[in-house]
Design a binder for this molecule. Sequence first.
Ligand code: ZN
Length: 587
Amino acid sequence: MASSLFLSSQGAQGGRKLLHSAVLACLLFCSAVLAHGAETAQPAIKVDQVGYPLDGPKIALVSAPAATFEVRRSSDDAVVFKGNLTAAKADPDTGDKVQAADFSALKQAGRYYLEIPGVGRSWNFAVGPDVFEHTYYMAMRGFYGQRCGTAVDMGPEFPGYSHPACHLHGEFHPTSGATGIRDNIGGWHDAGDYGRYMVNSGISTGTLLWTWELFGKKIKGISLHIPETGNGTPDILNEARWNLEWMLKMQDTDGGAWHKQTSEHFPAMIAAEDDKQLSEVIGTGAAPFKSTCATADLAVVGAIAARVYQPYDAEFAARALDAARRAWAWTEKNPNVTFHNPPGIQSGEYGSDSCLDERLWAAAELARTTGEAQYSGFFLKNYAGFLPSLDSPPGEDWKSTGSMGLWAYALSPRKDVDANVVKVIRQRTVAAAHAVVERTRANPYHVSLKADDYVWGSNGVTAEYGMDLLIANLFQPDASFVDTARDNLHYLLGRNAFSLSWVTQVGENPYQHPHHRPSASGRQTGPWPGLLSGGPNWKRQDAVLAALPAGLPPARIYSDQMASYASNEICINWQASLVFLLAGELP
Ligand SMILES: [Zn+2]
């Protein structure tokens, strides 16, 4: 409100004075309203704290007994909608009895909250045509904040959220089969630590490039206010290239890619610029030193990059394709060199027993880019074994990329694809999506997660369900797929048992204490913005979760504490799934 007053009153000097008092009054009033909301909002009333698209379903959830609800306009508390709550449904995953408040019939854009007699009020939320655009912006800015090897500054929206260039010196670790300096400056810090890992970079960067390829029209015009903004390339591609350039540097002259570049062990909870441990290129410890999963993931992103950057930078597109071809050739000679942390290395492992799924994805992307039989032949020889991964979504993550490979093939616009194979992939994806829709409708919290989905990174699993549904919607458009994907987004943005927005600095009640070294360093007053928390984890894989009361249902095993790395860490792979989901839900 303050900014629109400001913009509409730039004219006369007298107006400026009036404006100042108006802005001041508004600031006082608006912050009073916000403070009022923040003080009295009841966690038992769960809303998407970002909001609800104008034309879609609009549902809030209530975990305290009540009968009716009102939707009130935030600016003047006027009642704009009244309704009855549905009958309570018991939710074993949270232990809550949940009622729904359906105000889908409210079709007027604005800012609102729910008032429930006997319970209280909710946090404020928006209803409008493009409610998720700013959250998309924030989530992409989250990647910018993870940039390594360059000074980062989140700008006037988040003053003081900056750091000088970090990790500018790198060397080969003895396990890499090489010696000496290898700076490899760039890339994104992977998660709450400062490591850079090829395998997780692959799924994250690949997902962002897909976001562009599938939803480019929706996001083309959204500026991310990053250093490259205005260079003629869409900003999501500018941001993805920051990591792609680092991935390309991880390729050896023989075509193979080293698995990761990290310090030997995780640093203390210090700012990036204070981490003085050596950044080391780490290999398998024995010939051929590079790993197949890392190399295949490089082939994946190189092949996609060759397509998507072609209109903006043909030289870079060609360089990416050349790297992808050489990476693929290396995996043909070394089809399954797996990675395990060598002795003395304690950073993240990102290990996998089989790299066939990464190779399948690489073959599909290379076939789609080049049309060459060597790639499509490999895909057609190996795809069938991965079809079951489509039946129980979400079938994809950094470790299991088979469904990404299948979808890459089925999404290809080439005329030379095998139509029967495409048909099978599409049918199985769509059938699974229908089952997810039915399950989500039956879930009292309207989330697609099953009890055993509340694992490390369950919020990423939630976003991946959204990805599955939106991809199914590309194969066979169905409003229920889009609505159910959005249900999962609503869960992440506050419509959950904790009434927490799980994206930092988004919504009126976001989580505050990510396991994230820059946020924990004490250099800034709050968490770095735009970052998705890992979410509830029934396996209790850290001391904070282990100390929670016995008998808690799975969706409640979460703690907004920095020390809970197993439920509250941020990570680029689930961040990328969030971006995909947000972009897909834009108009
Ligand atoms: Zn760094």
